[in-house]
Design a protein around this ligand. Structure first.
Ligand code: HEC
Length: 163
């Protein structure tokens, strides 16, 4: 709905001003969808891995594929938060301004995840359940660096979910 309003607003403004602004709004909205997809892909990747670790599944191929996805997505995080893509450009975003004002810390935590997820991908590729179990804890902790707490909670770089 908000997206629709934004597009309609953009069209109205475009009639008055330049079309460059329309392109800009569309680009910022795509980057928001991209980064929510990026986070959801990582969240979903835990499922087949956890199932193997908990003995509910023997599908080590699925776990290896999921861990590879998570590691690849983790490396993309820092590219998905360009300047101006916070709530100023995307009212639906939960990204806090600290992502831009404290960029070094944001990138450090993203880097922690990239390292942990790469180790998880290596463990999963070896098809060794004990190694996967060992590598999973640090990966979850690395998500917690930015997220911590219950799903609605914000963390250092995300606004709390509106109730
Ligand atoms: C470097 C910081 C950082 C790390 C590390 C991180 N996240 Fe996120 N995550 C964010 C931010 C910021 C948002 C909010 C983005 C927005 O609303 O624009 C978010 C949003 C999410 C969302 C909500 C997506 C939606 O549809 O609203 C999920 C789910 C999520 N992250 C899961 C994870 C998982 C799982 C991991 C670990 C594999 C992880 N995150 C690691 C910063 C991080």
């Amino acid at each position: 709905m908000v997206t629709k309003k934004l597009i309609l607003g953009a069209i109205a403004v475009a009639a008055l001003a330049s079309t460059a602004w329309v392109v800009d709004v569309a680009a910022q909205s795509n980057v928001l969808q991209d980064r929510l997809q990026n986070m959801r892909a990582m969240g979903g990747s835990f499922r087949p891995i956890a199932a193997v670790v908990q003995g509910q599944s023997q599908d080590l191929d699925a776990a290896a594929t999921a861990a590879r996805t998570m590691a690849d997505q983790a490396k993309r995080i820092t590219t998905l938060y360009p300047a101006g893509s916070g709530r100023d450009g995307n009212p639906e975003s939960r990204a806090r301004p600290e992502i831009w004002s404290n960029r070094a810390e944001f990138e450090r935590l993203a880097g922690n995840l990239a390292t942990a997820a790469e180790a998880l991908a290596t463990a999963a590729a070896s098809k060794n359940v004990d190694a996967i179990r060992t590598a999973m804890g640090p990966t979850q902790q690395a998500c917690g660096g930015c997220h911590g707490g219950p799903p609605a909670s914000g963390g250092p770089f995300r606004f709390e979910r509106p109730q």
